[in-house]
Write a protein that binds this ligand. Sequence first.
Ligand code: SAH
Length: 234
Amino acid sequence: MLHIDIISVVPDLLESPFSHSIMKRARDRGLLEVDVINLREYAVNKYGQVDDYAFGGGAGMVMMVEPVDRCIADLKVKRNYDEVIYMSPDGELLDQPLANRLSLTGNLIILCGHYKGVDERIRQHLITREVSIGNYVLSGGELAAAVLVDAIGRLLPGVLNDETSALSDSFQDGLVAPPVYTRPADYQGWPVPDVLLSGHEAKIAEWRLQQAIERTKERRPDIWQDFENQEGKH
Ligand code: SAH
């Protein structure tokens, strides 16, 4: 079971992403537990203040150290955490290997920033890992945290019904996924490749591998390079 505590100033943003479909199933099956903690419960005054002006001036508010420190300290009373993650545009880029690694942990904290970001001392003293979901800036860390939790949660054993289906997704074997089709076999003159209708398992597997290789070369030469280097080592 993976337990994730998400610290946020906009907890409502995180309600829906984990209440449907595969994330809901993961929680219903007791494989994933997600708690969203409202940082305002740790505000520095009765007005719910958790942010303040930046020292040195400039536009935008900065999330304060104290509420985050007290919140994390409170969480740590109950659990030992493998990582305290801060979602940040300058963090380590989220990719499949990172999602795989994090899915093997037991307890995680994810801190969502807002406004101009968080006081640097939070990052220096309280955070163990910083993760970015891409080279663009969002208005808050909540959507990024939802992406991270989804990427991790679907990998937990027992979440996807057919466990091989996560293994056959793009990136898991170093290739992007081959094309897939469903009924009808011919839609108004748009046919499905014959081999998929042949019932010949070995031929289908071979075709899928070939397609995955061609697609990876064509669409993601960067990933193809890594794949070739890996294969060369074996
Ligand atoms: N001033 C900061 C951006 C703050 S955006 C800078 O230029 O780096 C506000 C918050 O959104 C951040 O604290 C972070 O938690 C979140 N965020 C924005 N873009 C993100 C991204 N690409 N990946 C992960 N988190 C992101």
